[in-house]
Design a protein around this ligand. Structure first.
Ligand code: AMP
Ligand code: GLY
Length: 419
C-alpha cells in the first residue's frame, strides 16, 4: 500500500515508523512532516489543513490510504473529502470529530447517555457565566472554551476573581478566537489521570494499552500546561479491574451513543480519564491519537498496524485480534528553552546519528528541520526520546541515558517522568 500520513509532530513520526514496520506498507509519505520524519518517509510540502491539496496529491499518486492524525483537519472534514473521492482514510468524519472539537457537544452527549464525567453548566453569555460563579462556593472551578484551543483552553480557577478573569478572557477578549464563543464551567475532579486510546469502527471497541501523560512543564507537576512533556505505558494506576469498569461504563456507552446520534466514530478515540474516589470519569475526549501518548503506545503494538487501521476503515475490526507486547515504554520530551512560552528556533542538535537516532532508544522527532544535513530545532517540543524494556524503571533508565547523549542550546526536559 501507498500510505500518506497527515501531520508534522512526534505522534506522526511514531505513526510513520510503525507503518514502516509492516511488510504491507510499500511507500509512506508524510504531509508536511518534519526534519526527522524526512529521514524515514518522503515528506510532501502540503499543509495539514489543505484538504484540496491532500485530495489532489492522493489522486495523482494513487495513495491507497490516508492517515489523518491531527484534530483540526479531522474537524474540518478531511476524511469526508477523501472518502467522497473513493480514497480510504483513517480517522473520524467531521460529524464524529466534533466529540473533541466541541466540549459543549461532548458534555451534553455524556449527560444524555449517563457516561460519568464532571458536573457542568454551559454558557453563551459571559454575564450569566459570571453570575453563576458568583453563586458558586466550591473552588477550584474549571473553565473551558468550547472549541479547539491547542490544548490550552482549560483554566483551573482557584477563586472567584480568577474564574471571572477566565470567563472574560475567553468570551470577551476571545483569546482562543471563535473557540470561546461558548464555555463550559465544570466541577473540579481529583485523582490520577489515565489516557486510553482505542481503535473503533463503530461496531467493535478495542482499547490499546494505557498510558500516562505529564502535562506540566516542570518537575513535580509545576509550571505551565504543555502539549505533554513525557509519557509512560502502561499507566500503573490503571488496573485490570478499572479497565473492565471503563469498558462497561465509558468506552462501549460512548461508541453506542455516537451511533445513536448518527455520528458513528471510526478511527482512534482517545479517552482522557480521571480515576476519582467515585470511580473513573471522562475529563475529555480526543478524536485522534494523543501526543506524546502515541510514542509509548504504538511501540507496544504487536499486530501489524496496517492490518489494524484497514480493519477500522473497512469496519471489520471485530474479526481481528489486536495483540500487544508486555513490558513498558517511556518517552521523555526534549523541549526548546522557554517552551510553552516563546522560544528560539534553528538551533543545531548534536548527538544524533545520520538516521536522527541514538543507540539504546528511538527518537521521535516533534519539531526538527533538516538543513545542509544538519538537524535543527524547529518547534517547542523538539524530540521524544523513547525506550522499551521489561519494566518501567528500566525503560526510564534507558530513555534518560539516551537523553544525556543529545544536546542543543537551551534544551529543557523533565527529570521526573514516570516517577
Ligand atoms: P485538557 O486540555 O482538556 O486535557 O485539560 C487539561 C488538563 O486540565 C487535564 O489534563 C486535567 O489535568 C485538567 N482538568 C481538566 N478538566 C478538569 C476537571 N474537571 N477537574 C480537574 N482537572 C481538570
Ligand atoms: N497528550 C494529550 C493530547 O494529545 O491531547
Amino acid at each position: 500500500m501507498k500510505i500518506l500520513v497527515i501531520g508534522s509532530g512526534g505522534r506522526e513520526h511514531a505513526i510513520v515508523k510503525k507503518l514502516l514496520e509492516s511488510p504491507k506498507a510499500e511507500k509512506v509519505y508524510c504531509a508536511p512532516g518534519n526534519g526527522g520524519i524526512a529521514l524515514d518517509a518522503e515528506c510532501v510540502n502540503i499543509s495539514a489543513m489543505d484538504i484540496e491539496k491532500v485530495v489532489a496529491f492522493s489522486k495523482e499518486n494513487a495513495i491507497d490510504l490516508v492517515f489523518v492524525a491531527p484534530d483540526d483537519p479531522l474537524a474540518a472534514g478531511m476524511v469526508d473529502a477523501l472518502e467522497k473521492e473513493g480514497i480510504m482514510a483513517f480517522g473520524p468524519r467531521a460529524n464524529a470529530a466534533i466529540i473533541e472539537a466541541s466540549k459543549v457537544f461532548s458534555k451534553n452527549l455524556m449527560k444524555k447517555y449517563g457516561i460519568p464525567t464532571a458536573g457542568y453548566e454551559v454558557f453563551s453569555d459571559s454575564k450569566e457565566a459570571i453570575e453563576f460563579i458568583k453563586n458558586n462556593d466550591t473552588y477550584p472551578v474549571v473553565v473551558k472554551a468550547d472549541g479547539l484551543a491547542l490544548g490550552k483552553g482549560v483554566i483551573i480557577a482557584e477563586d472567584f476573581e480568577m474564574a471571572k478573569d477566565a470567563v472574560n478572557s475567553i468570551m470577551e477578549d476571545k483569546i482562543f478566537g471563535a473557540s470561546g464563543s461558548n464555555i463550559v464551567i465544570e466541577e473540579f475532579l481529583t485523582g490520577p489521570e489515565v489516557s486510553v486510546l482505542a481503535f473503533t469502527d463503530g461496531k467493535a471497541m478495542v482499547p490499546m494499552v494505557s498510558s500516562k501523560d505529564h502535562k506540566r512543564a516542570l518537575d513535580g507537576n509545576k509550571g505551565l500546561n504543555t502539549g505533554g512533556m513525557g509519557t509512560i505505558s502502561p499507566n500503573p494506576f490503571y488496573t485490570d479491574e478499572i479497565a473492565k469498569e471503563c469498558m462497561e461504563t465509558i468506552f462501549l456507552p460512548t461508541m453506542e451513543a455516537m451511533n445513536k446520534e448518527g455520528r458513528t466514530f471510526k478511527g482512534c478515540l482517545y479517552f482522557g480519564l480521571m480515576l476519582t474516589p467515585k470511580g473513573p470519569k471522562v475529563i475529555e475526549y480526543n478524536s485522534r491519537f494523543g501526543d506524546p501518548e502515541t510514542q509509548v503506545v504504538l511501540p507496544r503494538l504487536k499486530t501489524d498496524f496496517v492490518d489494524v487501521i484497514t480493519a477500522v476503515c473497512n469496519e471489520t475490526l471485530s474479526d481481528l485480534e489486536v495483540e500487544w507486547y508486555g513490558g513498558a515504554c517511556a518517552c521523555v520530551v526534549m523541549a526548546s528553552g522557554g517552551y510553552p512560552g516563546s522560544y528560539k528556533k534553528g538551533i543545531e542538535i548534536t548527538g544524533l546519528n545520520e538516521k536522527g537516532n541514538v543507540e539504546g532508544a528511538v527518537v521521535y522527532h516533534a519539531g526538527t528541520a533538516l538543513k545542509d544535513n544538519k538537524l535543527l530545532t524547529n518547534g517547542g517540543r523538539v524530540l521524544g526520546v523513547t525506550a522499551k524494556a521489561e519494566t518501567l524503571s528500566e525503560a526510564l533508565e534507558k530513555a534518560y541515558a539516551a537523553v544525556k547523549k543529545i544536546h542543543f542550546d537551551g534544551v529543557h526536559y523533565r527529570t521526573d517522568i514516570g516517577k
